[in-house]
Design a binder for this molecule. Structure first.
Ligand code: SF4
Ligand code: SF4
Ligand code: SF4
Length: 159
């Protein structure tokens, strides 16, 4: 939901004609804050800041675009506040939607050591020998998800 709000603000920030200061600058600031949150760089107080910006933009916008631009943010905060808190306080995306917050790992109990994921990984982040559990080097992983799609044994988890 946080990423969905960010997606809508990206659109409205680009579509703002710039006539009203609240809409022109406010939507950009909101998009920046939402982007930060989806990257795990959110801070305490960001939600309240977003709400303040939403109210300011709604009050100061001259047309429907600016008046409705904050709605996806206000609605997702209202009904999915726990998702915002998980991103900000735990750097965790409960929906596994935010790429920067995904962490791929291999369950050694499920891994058969078939080596397929290591062959498919585009950056060589997976190592292991045949018939032995493989491991992912988090410092190399670019979170492409190829290993999840490749493993036939459900051994790769997304955390
Ligand atoms: S509220 Fe409407 S008129 Fe004002 S800057 Fe936004 S798009 Fe332009
Ligand atoms: S594809 Fe799955 S079973 Fe095969 S090595 Fe990778 S994690 Fe293990
Ligand atoms: S997510 Fe992509 S880069 Fe990361 S270990 Fe899996 S295949 Fe490699």
């Amino acid at each position: 939901m946080v990423n969905m709000a960010r997606f809508f603000l990206d659109f409205t920030a680009k579509e703002s004609c710039g006539k009203c200061v609240h809409c022109r600058i406010g939507t950009k600031r909101m998009h920046e804050i939402l982007t930060r949150i989806t990257e795990g760089k959110g801070k305490e107080g960001d939600v309240e800041l977003l709400q303040d910006l939403c109210n300011g933009i709604k009050a100061g916008a001259l047309c429907g675009l600016g008046q409705t631009a904050p709605n996806p943010v206000l609605t997702t905060i209202r009904y999915f506040r726990d998702e915002y808190d998980a991103h900000i306080r735990e750097a965790r995306c409960p929906a596994h939607e935010c790429a920067a917050l995904k962490k791929f790992s291999i369950d050694p109990a499920k891994c058969k050591g078939c080596t397929m994921c290591a062959k498919k990984c585009p950056v060589g982040a997976i190592s292991g020998t045949v018939k032995q559990p493989h491991v992912i080097d988090q410092s190399k992983c670019i979170k492409c998800g190829q290993c999840v799609a490749t493993c036939k044994f459900g051994a790769v988890a997304i955390g």
